[in-house]
Every structure is written in structure tokens, then in C-alpha cells.
Design a protein around this ligand. Structure first.
Ligand SMILES: Nc1nc2c(ncn2[C@@H]2O[C@H](COP(=O)(O)OP(=O)(O)OP(=O)(O)O)[C@@H](O)[C@H]2O)c(=O)[nH]1
Ligand SMILES: [Mg+2]
Ligand SMILES: [Zn+2]
Ligand SMILES: [Zn+2]
Length: 396
């Protein structure tokens, strides 16, 4: 069976030859020109306000980088997803394409974490790894800038709760990036690209059965999962948090262990009949807001130390953090989480991070001392190292 591809925007899959093209509607060599018009499929997917007139789409052999428009004879390199009609990343199908789903209960810190993570990878972390991260399309650049980065880094403000998929036409709009790394191989230095797709869901979408199902396709299509479980929503931790930490409400909220069970059921669902087998999608189980717990940790704890800045994923450092978090789970009444992961996943790893480095102010602004991220990139680097896109150091 030919390799199937998954669209980084809608997570539907298709065969490479099914990729469609869009005419660039310029004056062609034969003097013809296609009119720009609405794209019904895009309108439906994004809402009519967010799309504009575009060249018509047409069928051709999607395995090729270019095709000739049957109406105007113009050549086009503009390839689109056959399902949602989003423009596909450059070299899509030829470079690694990795979809990373980010999930977690309401107010667990997903939006803040994603914003800081992408900011760090575009700056400091990228530098250490010799990596560059670029928005794969104009809309990702614009949305990441205006909806995320500016709000946190320029206006110093927290985010309102993310809109649930059920109020946004049952879709989530992932941010799609190209992660490029210079890798030295036997053939010399060559760039290696990975397409990364992140979607930021609303916490509500994981606390009820119907909403969770909206995200099934996204989870089933993901190559890696980042699950955020907020210690402030765990009874054994919540009570010991640094005084002054804003505590998330608990009413109507599912416990982190229940959220993990739901996500697990979704990942198991498409493989019914083989349920004895463990899930092989790597899952990074991330405990955010660690700044609220540093005062409880020993000086020697790996969670008070920084990941060695080596430009490689440090396996032994990661394993010592993993064991430290597992130990903390006992104090946090989180042993059920550990059992669930152990029973159902062949690849899981614990992480402790802090996106902000300290509590926001009571009026929901970044602390006046600024954003001081701690270990935010570790989960992504672990996933990338599992995919073989980032080199590992040490044994694992
Ligand atoms: N102390 C501390 N608090 C944090 C940190 N990150 C997030 N928070 C707090 O958690 C709140 C919720 O963060 P969000 O990122 O908006 O949470 P979310 O998971 O996107 O929430 P929904 O969109 O409603 O599902 C923030 O307003 C902060 O008060 C952190 O690194 N440290
Ligand atoms: Mg959010
Ligand atoms: Zn045309
Ligand atoms: Zn698509």
C-alpha cells in the first residue's frame, strides 16, 4: 500500500496522488487567465470571513511538484489538501511531516505553554540546536504573532479561555511550522526539515464525551501527543502550592487522571480488537506551573536544575526528571496516572516545566520580573528525538 499523508491542517489522510492544485490565476503563456473566486470548501472550513478570493482548484497528479491548469494552461506549484483545500507546506510529502497534538484540561496552561514553547524554539533553544522554526504559511505567522506572542510578550497579558471546538464550527485551526535542523551526515552538512502542526484546544473539549470526540481525528492522526496535567488540579499538590498561586476552579472539572483515561480511550478506539496492544504513539506527560512547587523540592532535584545546553537531547537528564516526577506523583495522589500510562503506553515520558517561571499577577498579567521559562522545550525535543529528527546524547 502506498504511503498515506496526513494534512497538517485538518488531519485527514489521503494518498499522495490525490493532492490537488490551485491555479495561480496569472496571465498564462497562451494569453489566458483564470478568475479568482471564493473557494466553497475553504469558506466552510474557516468561515467566510477568514477566506478571500483565490484561483480555482483542479485535479492533477499530486505526486508531482507542478501541474498545468486545464482552463488557462498556466503552470502552478500551489498544492492544496484534497479535503480542506489548505495550501500544503513546501515539499509536503517529501519532507518529514509530524503532527503534534497538545491536549489538557481547562486552565491547565496549554495556551501559555504553546506560546512560550514556540517563542523559545524560535530563539534560544533553536540557537542551541542549530535549528530554525518558521511558520509554514502566512496565516500561522499572522495568528501566532497577533493572537499569541504579542499578547503575552508585548502586552504582558494572560489569555482568555480558548474557544471550544463546538462553538467554532467543529474545527480547530492548527499552527503549522517548519522545523529545520542542520545535520552533519556522511554526505556533509545538509538541512533536514520537519513539518510540525500544533493545535491548541479548549480544555472543555476534554471534559465531556461529545466534545472529546471532536478531537478524536486529531489524536488519531497525531504522531506525538503532549498532554498537560496541571498539578494545581491535583488534590495532593494543590494544597501545597506556593502561597499566592492563583488556583484554577475545580467545579465541573475532570481530574487529571480522568482526562488521561479519556485521551487513552480515544487513542485506543481506532484499534479496537487489538486493544491488548499498547499505544505506540509517544506521549509526553507534562506537569506545568512547576514554579509553584520549587520550594518543596530538594536542592539536588533535577527539577531545579537546567537541561544541559548541548544541542542534543540529553537522555540521562530526561530520565532523571522522569523518575523525579514519578516520585512526586505519589505525593500528589497521582499514582493512578502512573498505572494508566504503564498499562497502555509503550512510550511515555514525564516532564516538569514552567512557562512563566513565576506566578502571574492577581490581575492576570505577566509578573513585572518578566517571563522566565524553565525546561519548556524538553517535551518537544524528546518527541523530535523519538521521531529521529533531533540527535540524542547518552543512552536511552
Ligand atoms: N504559576 C504559573 N501559572 C501559570 C503558568 N502557565 C499558566 N499559568 C496560569 O494558568 C492560567 C491558564 O493558562 P492558559 O494557558 O490560558 O490555560 P489553557 O489550558 O489554555 O485554558 P483553556 O483554554 O481554558 O483550556 C494562566 O492564566 C495562569 O494563571 C506558569 O508557568 N506558572
Ligand atoms: Mg487556552
Ligand atoms: Zn487557471
Ligand atoms: Zn486538510
Amino acid at each position: 500500500m502506498a504511503k498515506r499523508l496526513t494534512c497538517p491542517y485538518c488531519y485527514e489522510n489521503f494518498a499522495p496522488r490525490e493532492i490537488r492544485f490551485r491555479c495561480n490565476s496569472r496571465l498564462s503563456r497562451t494569453g489566458k487567465q483564470c478568475q479568482r473566486r471564493r473557494d466553497q470548501v475553504l469558506d466552510q472550513r474557516k468561515g467566510p470571513r477568514r477566506s478571500h478570493d483565490l484561483g480555482p482548484d483542479f485535479t492533477a497528479d499530486g505526486r508531482r511538484p507542478t501541474a498545468v491548469c486545464p482552463d488557462c494552461d498556466g503552470e502552478s506549484t500551489y498544492r492544496i489538501c484534497p479535503v480542506c483545500h489548505s495550501e500544503l507546506p513546501v515539499q509536503f510529502g517529501m519532507v518529514d511531516n509530524r503532527l503534534i497534538a497538545m491536549v489538557g484540561p481547562k486552565a491547565s496552561g496549554k495556551t501559555v505553554y504553546m506560546t512560550v514553547l514556540l517563542h523559545e524554539v524560535r530563539n534560544r533553544v533553536g540557537e542551541a540546536y542549530g535549528a530554525a522554526l518558521m511558520g509554514s504559511d502566512d496565516e500561522t505567522m499572522r495568528r501566532y504573532g497577533s493572537d499569541y506572542e504579542d499578547r503575552l510578550y508585548r502586552d504582558n497579558q494572560m489569555f482568555p479561555g480558548t474557544q471550544t471546538a463546538s462553538t467554532t464550527l467543529n474545527r480547530v485551526d492548527p499552527l503549522v511550522f517548519r522545523f529545520g535542523l542542520r545535520r552533519r551526515t556522511l554526505l556533509g552538512e545538509r538541512p533536514q526539515h520537519t513539518v510540525l502542526s500544533f493545535f491548541d484546544t479548549a480544555g472543555e473539549d476534554f471534559s465531556s464525551r461529545e466534545n472529546v470526540e471532536l478531537n478524536t481525528r486529531y489524536l488519531a492522526g497525531a504522531d506525538g501527543v503532549v498532554l498537560l496535567l496541571d498539578p494545581l488540579q491535583m488534590p495532593g499538590a494543590r494544597d501545597n502550592a506556593l502561597p499566592g498561586t492563583p488556583l484554577p476552579g475545580t467545579e465541573g472539572l475532570d481530574s487529571p487522571a480522568n482526562v488521561l483515561s479519556r485521551v487513552t480511550n480515544l487513542l485506543l478506539a481506532p484499534r479496537s480488537g487489538r486493544s491488548a496492544q499498547k499505544i505506540d504513539t509517544p506521549i509526553a506527560v507534562v506537569f506545568p506551573k512547576m514554579d509553584a512547587f520549587w520550594h518543596l523540592l530538594d536542592r539536588g532535584s533535577p527539577l531545579r536544575d537546567y537541561a544541559p545546553p548541548r544541542g542534543r537531547f540529553d537522555v540521562s537528564d530526561s530520565l532523571s526528571v522522569h523518575e523525579e516526577v514519578r516520585r512526586l506523583l505519589k505525593d500528589w495522589d497521582g499514582v493512578a496516572i502512573d498505572h494508566l500510562l504503564d498499562n497502555h503506553y509503550s512510550r511515555y515520558r514525564y516532564f516538569g516545566v514552567s512557562a512563566l517561571g513565576r506566578n502571574p499577577t492577581p490581575d492576570a498579567r505577566v509578573s513585572p520580573t518578566g517571563i522566565q521559562p524553565y525546561r519548556v522545550a524538553d517535551p518537544l525535543m524528546w518527541l523530535l528525538s523519538e521521531f529521529g529528527s533531533v540527535p540524542k546524547a547518552g543512552r536511552g
